[in-house]
Write a protein that binds this ligand. Structure first.
Ligand SMILES: [Mg+2]
Length: 427
């Protein structure tokens, strides 16, 4: 099939009006998507996006358009999407803008995930199943192995995937019957009042979540009060993760986490810059037994490799569309499995829950083979705009059955929230 069109849309939701999504670094996000649609000459389509928070979405949209000459007119081989991915990422002129980071990389993620959505639709399978059904060699071929072989070689990855085949049927039955564990960030936004925090934390436990997350890093006295309140509300049996969204220097991170230790935080997320591998390692050594988590702003597989090699993290947080989509995330899942570090994806935003669940479910069936200490983030925002929204029950994600990657935004929502001319923005 030949690609006949690559569309790019600037879609923004005015979430800053309610302070949904507010944290110590991002006080007023308008959750947005640079949204890509691939169309082929036989009428197939694929949808993908990268998540942005308002201003600058137009930059990612322009970057999606910059890839069009490499994509439109291409004969798309759905059995070799690793090659399609490398075609985009290895383009020397576009690569100059990264390499493999920033707007150009995020734009590639939108297009590459759109190709996987398309492949799932053509095969009649959700992408978690499409990936899990591939033979180990084909899974390994999806990844770009350049810069990885000092940590993991493709032959080792094949062995790892072969070993993970034992128990696959039982795990699939368990996934279909009982879902995949989730945690919720809904109670913990920094802009919410104490009353709203208590009500939402209580609701989260009643809904079956065993882990919640609080944003921290604005003001220490406020954080101590909110953490104490949250712990008193949920009791000792519920995990409370904390998330500083890169707010601190290394020393400050250590002091701040120490002050919150009496309330038993499960992990500290993004204590400092996502590029600071040695800084994360230092924080990790200092704040034990509190775990260190990062990943939603990690630019690519090379930084993840180093975080693992440097023993800098206890929890690896993939993002479905900051790195270059499915193939780069497959590489990161394989690295995490080799190093024995649990993957707890970043989600929320616009559609991140919808898309990333496919990667965790694939990981459970075919890569790590485990859900122990693994949870997908869940935030109860904006799901109503998707044609195949996540299904959350009893604090768990239930596996999507529709073909594709659950990435499609409803046509009405694309019109309503188009920026700057959609009705939602004409005030
Ligand atoms: Mg976070």
């Amino acid at each position: 099939m030949k690609v006949v069109a690559l569309e790019a849309h600037d879609i923004r939701f005015p979430t800053s009006r309610q302070l949904d999504g507010s944290d110590a670094m991002n006080p007023d996000p308008d959750y947005s998507a640079a949204y890509a649609v691939l169309r082929t000459d036989d009428g197939a389509e694929g949808h993908g996006f990268t998540f942005t928070i308002g201003r600058g979405t137009e930059v990612c949209v322009a970057a999606i358009r910059a890839y069009a000459p490499l994509v439109v007119g291409l004969d798309l081989d759905l059995s070799d999407l690793g090659e399609f991915s490398r075609r985009l990422l290895h383009d020397s002129q576009l690569r100059w803008l990264g390499p493999e980071k920033g707007a150009v990389h995020m734009a590639a993620a939108a297009i590459i995930n759109a190709a996987f959505d398309l492949a799932g639709r053509v095969a009649g399978k959700p992408v978690w199943r499409l990936l899990a059904d591939l033979p180990p060699e084909q899974i390994v071929d999806l990844a770009d192995w350049r810069y990885l072989t000092d940590a993991l070689r493709p032959e080792e990855a094949v062995e790892l995937l072969r070993a993970a085949r034992a128990g696959r049927e039982e795990r699939e039955a368990a996934l279909l019957a009982g879902g995949y564990p989730a945690y919720t960030t809904t109670p913990g936004w920094l802009g919410y009042t104490d009353e709203k925090l208590v009500v939402l934390a209580r609701e989260a436990v009643a809904e079956g979540f065993t882990q919640i997350k609080l944003k921290v890093g604005g003001d220490l006295a406020d954080d101590v009060r909110r953490m104490e309140l949250a712990r008193r509300t949920v009791g000792p049996g519920i995990r409370i993760a904390i998330d500083a969204n890169q707010r601190w220097d290394v020393g400050q991170a250590i002091e701040w986490v120490e002050a919150l230790k009496p309330y038993d935080p499960w992990w500290i997320e993004e204590p400092t810059s996502p590029d600071d591998i040695l800084g994360h390692a230092a924080v990790r050594r200092a704040v034990r037994p509190v775990r260190v988590a990062t990943g939603e702003h990690v630019a690519n597989r090379v930084i993840f490799k180093q975080l693992l090699q440097a023993d800098a993290i206890d929890v690896l947080q993939i993002d479905a569309c900051r790195v270059a989509g499915v193939p780069e995330n497959v590489a990161i899942l394989l690295l995490a499995a080799k190093y024995g570090v649990p993957v707890c994806p970043h989600a929320g935003g616009v559609g991140l829950c919808e898309v990333v669940q496919h990667l965790s479910m694939f990981d459970y069936l075919a890569v790590s083979g485990s859900t122990e200490d693994r949870v997908i983030e869940y935030v109860d925002h904006l799901h109503e705009h998707f044609t195949d929204p996540v299904r959350i029950r009893d604090g768990r994600y239930f596996a999507p059955s529709a073909p594709g990657m659950s990435a499609q935004i409803k046509p009405d929502s694309l019109r309503e929230y188009a920026f700057p001319d959609g009705p939602a923005w004409r005030l």
